[in-house]
Write a protein that binds this ligand. Structure first.
Ligand code: HPA
Length: 271
């Protein structure tokens, strides 16, 4: 695994002059951030040794290097989901490569279903913590101490400092932001009403099919993480709406400008 990570990182270094210390995983709802990255350089996943290839509708696969405002960033356009059939090591491989390249701060975004009764479709939820419902942990198996500790703490998986800065930005811009716990599930089924209810009772505010694996690995690697969800549908025992992929995409697109404004300002302001 270490050799593979190094090979991928070496290839990227051979293509890019300045490697940033900041990375963004552009999930559903943040794809248009790409348009705000200047001096862009695209590296297709298919050209990077050992990189998995993205398959799902609505996600293209490129690493993008450039600047967001004045800040050099690298962005993942398209991520790897467990439900596509990738194993946890593949899903999180790009985060390992980021760390090898010197990235120390990771921003992630996703679309999620809301269980919190205060939430509305189109809300932005800053992720304060997560619950891992995936059947596996990406760190299962041999631990490479070069990559991180055997038993990493997850006490502050999402940086409190970045959350506070994002709150300041949202307030300045008059954008309603919620806080909450993200429940990471394997998918690809959306939840039954009983499952949404269950996830709410155990402490979840929103549920989605990504993010948790990458955040676990980023924390293992000692990176600072900020995560945000756009609430694209609502679920619970009394909710009869039927979520669809199209509806999720549409709601995410509608919330995109708010999400982008916060993320852009945060990346620039984070020190
Ligand atoms: N459940 C799981 N994943 C999701 C949802 C949901 O309701 N909405 C968007 N992604």
């Amino acid at each position: 695994m270490l050799e593979k990570i190094k090979q991928s990182a070496d290839f990227i270094r051979s293509q890019v002059n300045d490697i940033p210390d900041t990375a963004i995983i552009l999930g559903t709802g943040l794809g248009a951030l790409v348009d705000h990255i200047t001096d862009k350089q695209f590296i297709p996943y298919t050209s990077i040794p050992n990189f998995p290839v993205s398959t799902v509708e609505g996600h293209s696969g490129n690493l993008i290097f450039g600047k967001l405002g004045s800040k050099p960033v690298m962005a993942m356009q398209g991520r790897f989901h467990y439900y596509e059939g990738y194993d946890m090591k593949q899903v999180t491989f790009p985060v390992r490569v980021m760390k090898e390249l010197g990235v120390n701060t990771l921003y992630v975004s996703n679309a999620a279903g809301g269980m919190n009764k205060e939430f509305r479709v189109g809300d932005i939820m800053i992720i304060t913590d997560h619950i891992n419902i995936f059947p596996e942990n990406p760190l299962r198996g041999k631990n490479y101490s070069e990559l991180g500790p055997r038993f990493p703490a997850m006490t502050e998986a999402y940086s409190k400092k970045l959350i506070a800065t994002a709150d300041e930005i949202a307030e300045e811009k008059g954008i309603r932001v919620m806080h909450g716990v993200y429940v990471g599930v394997p998918g690809p089924t959306f939840e039954t009403p009983a499952e949404y209810e269950y996830f709410r009772i155990i402490g979840g505010d929103a549920v989605g099919m990504s993010t948790v694996p990458e955040v676990i690995v980023a924390n293992h690697a000692g990176m600072r993480v900020f995560g945000v969800s756009v609430i694209t549908d609502l679920g619970g025992k009394d909710v009869t709406d039927v979520p669809t992929h199209e509806e999720v995409q549409k709601a995410a697109e509608a919330a995109q400008p708010k999400m982008m404004e916060i993320m852009k300002a945060l990346v620039e302001r984070a020190d």
